[in-house]
Write a protein that binds this ligand. Sequence first.
Ligand SMILES: [Zn+2]
Length: 202
Amino acid sequence: MTKQQPPVDGYCEQCGFNYDTGDLQGTVTLLIRQAADCSMALTKAAAGPDPSVVRLRPEPDVWSAIEYACHVRDVLEVQRFRIAQCLAEDRPVYAPMDRTGRVKQQKYEDQDPMEVAAALVRFAREFGAAARVLTPPQLGKLGLYNYPVRAPRTLGWIIRHTAHEIQHHRLDLITILAQVEPPIVSKAKPEPPPAVEETTTD
Ligand SMILES: [Zn+2]
């Protein structure tokens, strides 16, 4: 099952993100909260009755929870570097992130979920700190962006797109864990049949 590629403008029907609404501060606040949600969902699953669920792919070509969490963490780091690059250079050309290559190269499936969860929150805060202070002229600055097609994008779009990535993958991560996670409280056992009273005979 190959999922439809999420949009990079307007409204995303899959996760409800809208590129056309919300101001910068609200967008950043939402991003930090949703990164924390990803982090918590991963931590909770890794500390649950079967920690291996974080490494289960629900379908061969759908990432596991740890793979999504690593991706979100790396997106936050790469996008923060892109903010810095955009401010420092005249006509920034962003290097591709290689989202699929990283999964194997950086061994996403072997990473420690607790470390990934902690890094995810830290990188979201660092991204947020870099984004919150941008001025309107800075937000309007263009750079050449590669995904999903090579196109000039403003820094303001990069902030929104990063927020969309986090919101979209938060939903992916929670959906996957709901599919593969065993319940924390095991199903109530059916009531044992009432004991048949032994009748004693004299
Ligand atoms: Zn979406």
